[in-house]
Write a protein that binds this ligand. Structure first.
Ligand code: NI
Length: 178
């Protein structure tokens, strides 16, 4: 059906996969071409992430098992700044920190996870240029969370056996309602 009032600027959002979908458990493969198609896709990913109020989104969370993710921690201060990490890698990691994490693929659940406190990372940007960066605080935490996604790992996998068991119970009761 066609509507006269179709808003052409309406954003095309992607479907965020929920725990239980096998793509979330796949080990993603490297991006080989950073091209216009990828740029377009990442735009849609960003719209999807902002709409869902996520801080980060990995490609396999929207069905593409390739090694890239986006993050935007600045949006919380009202000044969005999208960061794109293609074929990201941790070069060095140190320290330890704990933060209560959540995930768009596990809606409604949050739990404390232990991560490295500081990272030295490398990745490629949307122009295909390699870059390196030091990350700490929430940026380091978010990077590790998203990088885990690319390896098929979810933050609940990093909980203690007891907390994992509690999560499984919780998920049975509250999960998959989306
Ligand atoms: Ni996540």
């Amino acid at each position: 059906m066609k509507s006269e009032s179709v808003d052409n600027k309406e954003k095309e959002l992607l479907k965020i996969l929920i725990l239980g979908d096998p793509v979330l458990r796949q080990k993603s493969t490297p991006v080989e071409n950073i091209d216009g198609e990828l740029v377009e896709f990442i735009k849609k990913m960003a719209d999807t992430m902002y709409q869902a109020k996520g801080l980060g989104l990995a490609a396999n969370q929207v069905g593409v098992a390739k090694r890239f993710f986006i993050m935007d921690l600045a949006q919380r201060e009202g000044s969005p700044k999208l960061e794109v990490f293609i074929n990201p890698e941790i070069v060095e990691a140190e320290g330890e920190t704990t933060y209560e994490e959540g995930c768009l693929s596990i809606p409604g659940y949050a739990a404390k996870v232990k991560r490295h406190a500081r990272l030295f990372i490398k990745a490629y940007d949307l122009d295909g240029n390699p870059f390196e960066r030091e990350l700490e605080g929430l940026a380091a935490i978010a990077f590790q969370h998203e990088l885990d996604h690319l390896d098929g790992i979810l933050f609940v996998d990093r909980l203690s056996p007891l907390k994992k068991a509690l999560f499984k119970k919780w998920w049975k009761k509250h999960g998959k309602k989306k």
